[in-house]
Design a protein around this ligand. Structure first.
Ligand code: GLU
Length: 468
């Protein structure tokens, strides 16, 4: 049998960093073994689950490229099946009705606390002969009272829970709806999940789930409980630490593969290799080698990785993601030079795609907005003549290539006995509004002849009006 893993988020918020890493580990485990990755939406908490959140989770998974082979399955579509199995357990005496009222349970708790015992349901309805009239009962699982459950966790190793510590869990509420631990068990069983990879906040649920699975006549799957992610202050990662939503990282200009690479390394390593292609991850990732200890999130490291991916990425791929950021700035990249040709000139200098987009807006805007200081320093009366001559030389070019452009610029500078920079910087400000851009020949080339000439004309007019 090939392996089957699942990611089972509760749609009560966006896809956060911790969830994304759990999904990634499940996905990698499935891909590595040629198995199946399932997406299951655990939406039985109807008050907290929202459609918006389902969409946010799907959007996050898509952006990360964690494509699922089956699903999304929604638990709210499976109520009939849960009911069927609750009835089966009842019929077999493996579950029973419990009529205890809230008050009764509260009293039980108080008594136990007073006796310094651990509060737990004491099983008083287990063997009721007669049902009290007029009470809608809940249904409890008849947990074994002796022995222990051994969880052979792939990350944690062996974890033993004594059955006497586990009380009889409610599996269906008085309105008939199933409870969380029961739905998970039924789904993992029906979906033939053989390796459950999830956050270690669920470890305490595992012995209960194993007992229920056994009562249903099933073999428990393997489990791997992934340790949590901490913020830089050692506390559990939360909004206080900044971005925790996957899509927030998109907004901030991260490439999905950089985030994936960062997430996989948070808790797993392969020698001291830092950068992995997806193919390498599929080959090298091993759930058995995930650390037991929690890991701390490090923004600097993520930024460094993003920079590496930007620097070395295929411009076609980067263009795909950069276009989204340009769109956010109100720019349609088809209105200017081919973005795929522009990108190689920007890759060295951007840590994020937000920076990269900002570094190339001038190619795509109709008008140039001059930075005040740059214009004051470089669009001065003394460059009026040289700029005008340069305009004429560029206008005369029949072939628009970098060499011809280079010759026109250096020729004009020489004729006016100017150092190259003294002409190149005013030209750069004229074309981009600022003093930073790719090498000037490349900037002029990418801008195209028509736009270049128009922008030099605009700069000449500006000089006349402001500095003449
Ligand atoms: N729905 C649970 C959560 O979002 C996950 C349950 C599981 O993976 O078993 O935390």
């Amino acid at each position: 049998m090939t392996t089957r893993t699942r990611f089972a988020p509760s749609p009560t918020g966006y896809l956060h960093i911790g969830g994304a890493r759990t999904a990634l580990y499940s996905w990698l485990h499935a891909r590595k073994h040629g198995g199946t990755f399932i997406l299951r939406i655990e939406d039985t908490d109807r008050e907290r689950s929202t459609e918006e959140s389902v969409n946010a989770i799907l959007e996050g998974m898509t952006w990360l490229g964690l494509e699922y082979d089956e699903g999304p399955f929604y638990q709210t579509h499976r109520f009939e099946r849960y009911k069927e199995l609750v009835q089966k357990l009842l019929a077999e005496g493996k579950a029973y009705h419990c009529y205890c009222s809230k008050d009764e349970l509260e009293n039980m708790r108080e008594q136990q606390m007073a006796n310094k015992e651990k509060p737990r349901y004491d099983g008083r309805c287990r063997d009721l002969k007669q049902a009290p009239a007029g009470v809608e009962p809940v249904i409890r699982f008849r947990n074994p009272t002796e022995g222990s459950v051994v969880v052979k966790d792939l990350i944690r190793g062996k974890v033993v829970f004594k059955n006497e510590e586990l009380d009889d869990l409610i599996i269906a509420r008085s309105d008939g709806t199933p409870t969380y631990n029961f739905t998970v068990v039924v789904d993992d069983l029906d979906m033939k999940v053989d390796c459950v990879i999830r956050g270690d906040d669920h470890l305490n649920n595992t012995p209960r789930q194993i007992n229920i699975l056994k009562a249903l006549g099933a073999e428990p799957p393997q489990y791997a409980h992934v340790p949590m992610i901490l913020g830089s202050d050692g506390k559990r990662l939360s909004k206080r630490h900044g971005a925790v939503s996957v899509m927030q990282y998109r907004e901030e200009g991260f490439l999905p593969e950089a985030l994936l690479n960062y997430l996989v390394r948070l808790g797993w390593s392969h020698g001291d290799q830092e950068i992995f292609s997806i193919e390498e991850l599929i080959e090298k990732f091993d759930i058995n080698n995930v650390n037991k200890a929690a890991s701390s999130f490090n923004d600097e490291k993520l930024l460094w990785l993003n920079q590496q991916y930007i620097k070395n990425g295929d411009p076609v791929h980067i263009a795909h993601h950069l276009s989204w950021h340009l769109g956010n700035l109100g720019i349609d990249p088809s209105t200017g030079p081919d973005i795929i040709k522009v990108i190689p000139h920007l890759q060295e200098r951007a840590k994020t795609l937000v920076e990269m987009a900002q570094n190339c807006v001038y190619f795509y805007r109709n008008t140039v907005v001059y930075d005040e200081a740059a214009a004051a320093k470089h669009l001065t009366a003394d460059v009026d003549g040289p700029l005008e001559d340069l305009r004429d030389s560029l206008a005369e070019l029949n072939t628009w290539d970098k060499e011809a452009i280079h010759d026109a610029i250096t020729g004009t500078a020489e004729a006016h006995e100017l150092k190259l920079g003294k002409l190149a910087q005013p030209l750069r400000v004229a074309l981009t509004g600022n003093t930073i851009s790719p090498p000037i020949d490349a900037t002029v080339y990418l801008m195209g002849q028509e736009v270049t000439l128009k922008r030099i004309d605009d700069a000449l007019r500006y000089i006349e009006e402001n500095a003449g």
